[in-house]
Design a protein around this ligand. Structure first.
Ligand code: GLP
Length: 246
């Protein structure tokens, strides 16, 4: 795991965007795994800028997102599909026919998870997966627990995750869903390359666990230690609790 500390989220975004754009320019049909939340937003801005300058086209890529809330339609402002449309896809030439999402509206959630697993496989796996990290060490919506999940699954969100994200729902007078669908740890680990971005003091504890702790499902992100190609980008606040690895 390479741990890189940059001065701020903008500096991080330049490097992370460059890695993703290089992958796409190396293979226009790359399969890219995207994440939602505040952490990747600056990186998406840099990708959009590169698209606008003609430095990259997203037309032939296939995309998979990590997760989606159960019960939200794609046009709900708090759905992750809507987030990706607003923050990246809708501002580039992405082909929406190759945008893959777990559907939080599926009537059979188990079948939906199976479909997503098979779709990733059919597309040859994910070339680069972008990740954020929850304050409790979750990745995607793989919450702390007793075991690592291999394939996509439906998850009951923890109180800590609800507390971190409820503001987005309260802002529009909605209640935050208690369940979500997420890629499993296995799906994430099967990605050829992984980039994780963590900024701000609220992530410092989870980052310390990730970098210095033992691999354990009680902090799901720690599994990334055993992946062969992970780059972790931190700002000084997120890195503030690290010891000699800072
Ligand atoms: C949510 C998402 C994660 C994301 C995390 C951190 O729970 N499911 O994929 O990484 O929040 O979000 P943020 O980047 O807003 O701190």
């Amino acid at each position: 795991m390479r741990v890189i500390v940059k001065n701020d989220p903008v500096e991080i975004s330049h490097e992370a965007a460059e890695m993703i754009v290089n992958q796409i320019n190396k293979n226009h049909g790359s399969v890219i795994g995207f994440a939602t939340g505040a952490s990747p937003v600056e990186t998406y801005k840099r990708i959009i800028e590169k698209y606008q300058k003609g430095e990259v086209s997203l037309k032939h890529i296939t995309t998979f997102n990590l997760d989606e809330y159960v019960g939200l339609s794609r046009d709900n402002v708090n759905s992750y599909f809507y987030f990706m449309k607003e923050n990246l896809f809708g501002k580039t030439d992405v082909d929406f026919d190759r945008v893959n999402f777990l559907s939080g509206e599926a009537s059979d959630l188990e079948a939906e998870c199976e479909r997503y697993y098979n779709r990733i496989k059919e597309c040859g796996g994910i070339d680069i997966q972008l990740l954020g990290i929850g304050t409790n060490g979750h990745i995607g919506f793989n919450e702390p627990g007793e075991k690592f999940m291999d394939r996509p699954f439906s998850v009951k969100l923890t109180q800590s995750t609800i507390d971190s994200n409820r503001k987005y729902f309260e802002a529009v007078g909605d209640k935050m869903p208690e369940y979500a669908l997420t890629m499993g740890i296995g799906d994430i680990m099967r990605s050829k390359k992984i980039i994780l971005i963590a900024t701000g003091e609220s992530k410092a504890k989870a980052v310390k666990q990730l970098v210095e702790g033992e691999v354990s499902p009680s902090c799901p992100a720690t599994i990334l230690k055993i992946h062969s190609d992970v780059t972790v980008f931190l700002d000084p606040a997120a890195a503030s609790l690290l010891g000699d690895k800072k």
